[in-house]
Design a protein around this ligand. Structure first.
Ligand code: GAP
Length: 488
């Protein structure tokens, strides 16, 4: 059993076996950008599908959405990102390295994702004993200044009518601005949720640890709308639901915990927030955020009602956001365009929102780290990934024992029959022991071997990755066996 997995071992396995590569590697790489190779693309899709299945498919109170990444610039004014989504940074006067103020604590690993600008340390005098990560010297820093995290780009070809737009830093806002559309086009009734998975972008000051914190990443977010007063109950529900999701997919409970945010960590929109944290093997083996679950109250829908009232001013100022203030909220905001009418109680209100917000890349890293193991078979070291079967990139490998005596023909026929139902792999090259070990390292839970006995009695061997147990089952029952074991 690997007691303490090192990140280097994971990075090296990921490259060797085609899970994850450095982006643009043949050009020397692009910092903090990664590409998922053949096994990684399967793994990541399985993580995404597992989230979607449990959050949307298996629930009667959640529907899905897939919004565009580019959105109207006023969305980000209304959401607060234009004014507040920034990290406070300082520049080291000796080496010019820029660092996040909240990352300077004794040069240690940070515990939080984003300390809001409003509550972060703002005085350079108080940073006197902090170490600059660039030159490792006690810092002599500039005054802290806000650094906006949203990427900007231009939309449109003509100078006159092109406008500045932003790459979304979270998928959540696409859900809020479609709240009315979903209400009007489906039969959802509160309480209900809208879920979305997609790419988000943040110009992070510091990136970190492989795919843990990158500038382009994928989020899986749910906005769950409920009546004010019901929010605490749903907050508790989603905390438990999301914690169990990781455990049910094989993350060891000892490596997972829930941590409530302190009041100075709370984002501007949140009444309460808890992080699902995983004990990652980098830094000092520290607890790090996997997912945040926030009570966003009615903040976002009310802000977008203000945004809608600001549209005229946006046109008048030719889209120049720096000249625009959000219009005040209408005193009648509870009856506004993003309110909800409860047919039974005849009440109209702006719903409260509970938001579980997970990172697909970050969860993928946690699943990789947690599944990684080393053991010994007959005195030989074995690396393996003990993935939950539903996450394993390959569900079953089909292996003829030798490349003769009709074994490849039977194996190919079985493989062709299985591949329509499961991600399978056919391999007839090399010694069987080495082929097993390659599959162990890819995390394949079952190897099906066709041998001399198969021709005689139409049975095959099923070899189990974790227990190394081997059992014989009939050739004709392999598909049913896999359906049962994989739970698909
Ligand atoms: N809508 C709320 C929101 O975006 P967040 O805590 O900033 O909240 C949610 O992000 C999750 O998205 C994080 O818990 C993490 O899993 C993932 N995430 C955020 N920034 C990331 C980054 N730079 N790289 C990888 N994943 C990131």
């Amino acid at each position: 059993m690997a007691e303490f997995t090192k990140l280097e071992d994971i990075v090296s396995l990921c490259k060797r076996r085609g899970f994850i590569f450095q982006s643009s590697e043949i050009y020397g790489g692009l910092a903090s950008c990664y590409d998922y190779g053949p096994l990684g693309a399967e793994l990541k899709r399985n993580v995404r599908n597992a989230w979607w299945k449990s959050t949307v498919q298996m629930r009667d109170d959640v529907v899905g959405l897939d919004c565009s990444i580019f959105m109207h610039p006023l969305v980000w004014k209304a959401s607060g990102h234009i004014d507040k989504f920034a990290d406070l940074i300082v520049e080291c006067k000796k080496c010019n390295t820029r660092s996040r103020v909240d990352h300077l604590v004794d040069n240690a690993e940070e515990h939080t994702e984003h300390v809001p600008v409003e509550t972060a340390e703002t005085d350079a005098n108080n940073l006197g004993n902090k170490i600059c990560p660039g030159c490792n010297k006690i810092g002599n820093f500039t005054e802290p200044m806000p650094f906006r995290l949203m990427f900007e780009t231009q939309m449109g070809a003509n100078i006159d009518d092109s406008m500045k737009i932003f790459l979304r830093p979270e998928t959540a806002q696409g859900i809020f601005v479609n709240f009315r559309n979903v209400l009007d086009s489906t039969r959802v009734k509160i309480p209900f949720g809208i879920a979305q998975i997609g790419k988000s972008f943040r110009n992070e000051v510091t990136t970190k640890a492989f795919i843990f914190r990158t500038r382009e990443f994928e989020q899986a977010e749910l906005e769950f709308f409920c009546a004010p007063g019901e929010d605490e109950k749903w907050y508790e529900h989603w905390k438990e639901f999301r914690f169990n999701w990781y455990v049910n997919l094989g993350i060891k409970k000892k490596n997972l915990r829930l941590r409530d945010h302190d009041s100075d960590e709370l984002a501007h929109y949140a009444k309460g927030c808890v992080d699902v944290e995983y004990k990652f093997p980098f830094g000092s083996g520290d607890w790090q955020e996997l997912e945040g679950i926030a009570n966003r109250t009615d903040f976002d829908l009310r802000q977008h009602q203000r945004g809608m009232r600001t549209l005229n001013s946006w046109y008048e100022n030719k889209g120049d956001l720096s000249k625009i203030e959000l219009k005040e909220e209408s005193p009648d905001y509870k009856k506004g365009p993003l309110s909800y009418f409860n047919e039974e109680t005849k009440e109209r209100f702006v719903p409260y929102v509970i938001e579980p917000s997970a990172g697909i890349d970050r969860s993928t890293l946690a699943f990789l780290v947690d599944a990684y193991d080393e053991d010994e078979i007959n005195g030989q070291k074995r690396n393996l990934l003990r993935f939950h079967p539903s996450l394993a990139p390959i569900k079953a490998a089909v292996l003829p024992l030798v490349r003769k005596d009709g074994m490849p023909e039977i194996a190919t026929k079985l493989y062709d029959d299985l591949k329509g139902s499961f991600a399978c792999f056919y391999d007839q090259k090399g010694a069987i022991g080495r082929r097993y070990r390659r599959q162990d390292e890819a995390g394949t839970p079952f190897c099906i071997t066709i041998d001399g006995q198969t021709k005689e009695d139409e049975t095959v061997t099923v070899r189990h990755r974790d227990s190394l147990e081997q059992e014989r089952i009939s050739l004709s029952s392999v598909k049913g066996y896999l359906f049962e074991k994989l739970g698909v």
